[in-house]
Design a binder for this molecule. Structure first.
Ligand code: AMP
Ligand code: MG
Length: 894
């Protein structure tokens, strides 16, 4: 073809992208592709070199010259340059292969100037008399993976011919010109338009492309690789299974990759990158050049779909995209306006090498090892079918900007595990396939949930009574200008308890409490518990219809209230009232014994019922037993070890369960409670004043309240032990509290699992979003996907909670209870777990990150509210309205 030699051609679609990327980043060596062939057997070096020269001369794409003019880049097919084969003897090195590899890697890291440098480099390493490594590095603009295999085979067969004394002349490669013309023709063809339309239609709705990385994509100038092998026995099983699934083993590998991406991300729209030879029915089948294309393989994957259904879908989809395989992915990206690194056409790539990798150099066997297949945008799974009996080689290549070494290793191991599972040939639901490695599963299910502590046999009232014996004179409670000591508080509670017992109260009954924030309120709570009954706390400031609703629903045996509050309660109450006015109080003191009532209460009975709004409609009563309450209190006692020196400021309405921490933790520890009134709580200045005045050293509140305090009166908080929870803790707030040297504990938990279920003790200097910590005593937390399978650390799932804190359920709502308290597949037989509706993620150290809600529920000053119900709730509840303004203004700034 002498006349073609000085013609200038424009670049093919496949070359153009590489050319521009290389010009933009001239020092980036990532477009070097390379492999080495390990040859076991004798090699005549002179003949090998002769064969190589011959083949390279024929391979026109290796001696193309590039340039650029007004119309853009061009290429010209030049005569072959002089091939220099580096022959390097590494046989006397302690580790010949390593020495050779170091050389190769150094060579591979050299950037190539496309206008000037040769496009390839060749070396032959002598590792021993019968062991050689033949290394080739070729710029990606000149070659693709298939091209490499064409050259290697030609060198092997030419060498074999030379060894036999035959001439090197053989069939030659096809002409590069034919490919260049084919490309130009295609782009002017009707097929091109059809293909373009096909792809535009397929991606018209702009799917969100997911990746396994949790960081935003960035291009890199290197890649990380992990190599593993699927043993031959498994490969045979895989091929067998493929037949069973009526697919090819390639499709099984693709399906496994799609399952992996789906299970790791939860996305049901999975787009994989599928490299295609791009040579079908083309002159290029016999031309070493850069022809390959990368097609986006878009699949819909769901956990309720079976593996074989997915295989069928993949077969169909591949058939369909094959018909349009020539349309360049770079062009499609432009068409779809996916500009910039953040807009990908596909996530991970699955590269199945269909070429024969067994080479024969006149009797010496050659095995190919890929060193670099070009840039890795995200993650690429490269599978080589070895004909030499070593099974499937599976390389996971990844962009080091977004993946770490350990990420890749884990991805690879999990993918291999899935592949082995698929090879068992049993059709499974995708959601049921085991994703985690055995050691990971053990870690997230068991090790990070090793919270077992002896189950407490004492109820809260027992613990309090013991404390009252130990420290009768010590002040238990301060409220306004009243101080009550332990003995007084216990006796007041006892008298009231005797009265209630006389009225017939006992286990499995409810007593409603509508009382001012006062010592009487605390005494009444204790009194109810002492009878064995459970209390229903009502905040007198709650709207009347909410109070009526709770009373109607819980149907308590009586309501303890005051004259003043009784007047504000709905008048149609059918519940018997015990009004603690002066006369009654005096009567109680006169008539009833101050001694502990002699009732033994089983811990299995309820201690309280608390109403909480949920994701649906009417509030529901969460019934919590003594056992859950005691377990919680003991866990907190261990965590905070309160004592005589400690004074806690109680700021939470009793209608929220977390008030139990404020009231009971001090009382079982010999510490003091100071009760703040509503008016004070609403005024940050007044509240801070109180903290200072009473020398408070520990307080629990929502982030909203802490924010108000920190903003208004930071100095008065200095050194205070801060317990925060109920809503996500913004990192800015944590930092502000730490600047005041406040030790901060972030507490997390729904009412349904008793007050708090996880705690994080946050050290000063922590960066980023604060954790919600680890499970408390006798508590298990699981982060599961929607098939109830655990997700690996670092992956977002829904949080489930099991263990001693689990409430009995929703009062008289078996349907709702069954929906949210579900069988715990990881606990002992019969165990249940609560589905929180919160999204969470494990950190590598076994603590949890709170991510957000899985539903549309939000929290405003402790109230769980459906987003759609906000206006209705605010209209009824001015108190929340105030808080809502605060929440809106200080949208967590992180
Ligand atoms: P409640 O039942 O009122 O305690 O509300 C429980 C819900 O509050 C949880 O399911 C979370 O959505 C949210 N929540 C509680 N504590 C935290 C916390 N520390 N961080 C983030 N969200 C929290
Ligand atoms: Mg809570």
């Amino acid at each position: 073809m002498p006349d073609t030699k000085d013609l200038q051609y424009s670049l093919t679609g496949a070359q153009t992208g590489i050319w521009f990327a290389q010009q933009l980043d001239p020092d980036n060596p990532i477009y070097n592709t390379a492999e080495y062939i390990e040859i076991n057997g004798p090699i005549n070096i002179a003949l090998f070199e002769e064969a190589l020269r011959h083949v390279i001369k024929e391979a026109e794409s290796l001696h193309v010259r590039f340039g650029e003019n007004m119309d853009g880049p061009w290429q010209m097919i030049n005569p072959s340059p002089d091939v220099q084969l580096h022959v390097i003897d590494v046989s006397s090195e302690p580790d010949p292969e390593k020495t050779a590899l170091d050389w190769m890697k150094a060579d591979l890291a050299k950037p190539v100037d496309l206008g000037y440098d040769p496009l390839f480099n060749e070396a032959l390493f002598i590792a021993g008399p019968d062991r050689f490594f033949w290394y080739q590095r070729i710029h990606h603009i000149a070659i693709d993976g298939f091209g490499f295999s064409l050259i290697a085979q030609r060198v092997a067969s030419t060498y074999a011919a030379l060894v036999k004394g035959q001439s090197a002349k053989d069939r030659s490669f096809g002409s590069l010109q034919a490919i260049l013309e084919e490309d130009t023709d295609y782009r002017a063809s009707e097929q091109y338009e059809k293909d373009r339309q096909f792809w535009l239609d397929r991606f018209a709705d702009g799917p969100e492309v997911v990746s396994l990385a949790d960081r935003a994509p960035r291009t890199s100038n290197s890649f990380l690789r992990h190599t593993a092998y699927l043993p031959l026995s498994d490969v045979n099983a895989l091929k067998e299974a493929a037949r069973y699934f009526s697919g090819s083993w390639h499709e099984v590998v693709i399906a496994v990759s799609a399952v992996y991406v789906h299970r790791m991300t939860g996305s049901e729209d999975v787009v994989l990158g599928l490299p295609m030879m791009g040579r079908i029915g083309s002159a290029s089948l016999n031309v070493p050049a850069m022809v390959m294309n990368l097609l986006p393989l878009r699949l819909s994957v769901s956990s309720s779909m079976s593996f074989s259904e997915l295989i069928q879908q993949i077969s169909r989809e591949i058939r369909s995209i094959r018909r349009h395989h020539k349309y360049r992915h770079e062009e499609l990206r432009r068409d779809l306006k996916l500009i910039g690194e953040n807009h990908r056409l596909f996530g991970p790539q699955i590269n199945l090498m269909p070429f024969d990798y067994g080479l024969d150099f006149a009797g010496a066997r050659g095995t190919t090892h890929n060193l670099s297949a070009g840039p890795v945008d995200d993650l690429s799974i490269n599978v080589y079918d070895r004909t030499n009996g070593s099974g499937l080689r599976i390389d996971v290549d990844a962009n080091p900007e977004v993946y770490s070494e350990s990420d890749i290793k884990l991805h690879q191991q999990r993918i291999l595990q899935l592949l082995q599972m698929a090879s068992a040939g049993e059709d499974m639901l995708i959601g049921q396939m085991e994703l985690l490695l055995p050691e990971e599963k053990k870690q997230v299910i068991s090790e990070w949930n090793e919270t077992a502590k002896p189950e407490n046999l004492l109820s809260l009232q027992d613990m309090f009574e013991k404390q009252a014996v130990l420290t009768p004179e010590r002040i238990a409670l301060i409220c306004d200008d009243v101080q009550v000591n332990y003995q007084e508080l216990n006796e007041e509670a006892n008298r009231l308890a005797h009265l209630l017992i006389e009225k017939g109260l006992g286990p499995e009954q409810f007593v409603a409490l509508a009382l001012p924030r006062s010592p009487e309120m605390v005494a009444s709570m204790l009194a109810v518990l002492k009878t064995g009954a459970a209390y229903l706390p009502l905040d007198p400031e709650f709207p009347a219809d909410r109070i009526s609703y709770m009373l109607e629903d819980a149907n308590p045996s009586c309501i303890i209230t005051t004259e003043e509050i009784a007047a504000r309660l709905p008048d149609d109450l059918s519940v018997p009232q015990l009004v603690l006015d002066q006369a009654v109080t005096q009567e109680v003191v006169k008539r009833y014994s101050p001694d502990n009532p002699n009732v033994s209460v089983s811990l299995a009975h309820p201690a309280y019922i608390i109403y909480t709004s949920g994701s649906t409609g009417r509030p529901k009563g969460v019934v919590v037993t003594h056992k859950s309450l005691s377990n919680f209190l003991l866990s907190m006692q261990e965590a905070f070890s309160l004592g005589e020196e400690d004074r806690l400021l109680a700021v939470t309405t009793v209608s929220f369960d977390i008030s139990a921490l404020e009231l009971y933790l001090p009382l079982i520890s010999g510490a003091q409670i100071v009760i703040a009134q509503k008016e004070t709580i609403r005024e940050p200045q007044a509240l801070a004043q109180m903290i200072e005045y009473f020398d408070i050293n520990i307080m629990q509140a929502t982030p909203t309240l802490w924010h108000a305090l920190v903003t208004n009166e930071p100095e008065k908080l200095r050194g205070l032990r801060v317990l925060v929870g109920g809503e996500a803790l913004p990192s800015g707030l944590l930092q502000a509290l730490h600047e005041l040297h406040c030790p901060v504990t972030n507490l997390y938990g729904p009412t349904e699992t008793t007050i708090w279920s996880a705690a994080a003790f946050l050290e000063e200097g922590l960066k980023g979003v604060p954790s919600i910590g680890k499970p408390i005593w006798n508590t298990q937390v699981y982060v599961l996907d929607n098939g109830l399978q655990p997700v690996p650390p670092g992956v977002v799932g829904e949080l489930y909670i099991a263990g001693t804190g689990l409430a009995r359920g929703y009062f008289r709502r078996p349907d709702l209870t069954a929906e949210r308290f579900v069988a715990d597949p990881y606990g002992p037989p019969g165990a249940r777990m609560y589905r929180t509706g919160d999204q969470a993620r494990w950190r590598a150290d076994g603590s949890l990150d709170y991510i957000g809600r899985a539903d549309h529920q939000i929290k405003i000053r402790g109230f769980r509210i459906e987003l759609g119900e906000i206006d209705a709730v605010l209209a009824k509840h001015p108190d929340i309205e105030q808080a809502a303004v605060v929440v809106r203004e200080d949208q967590p700034g992180d």
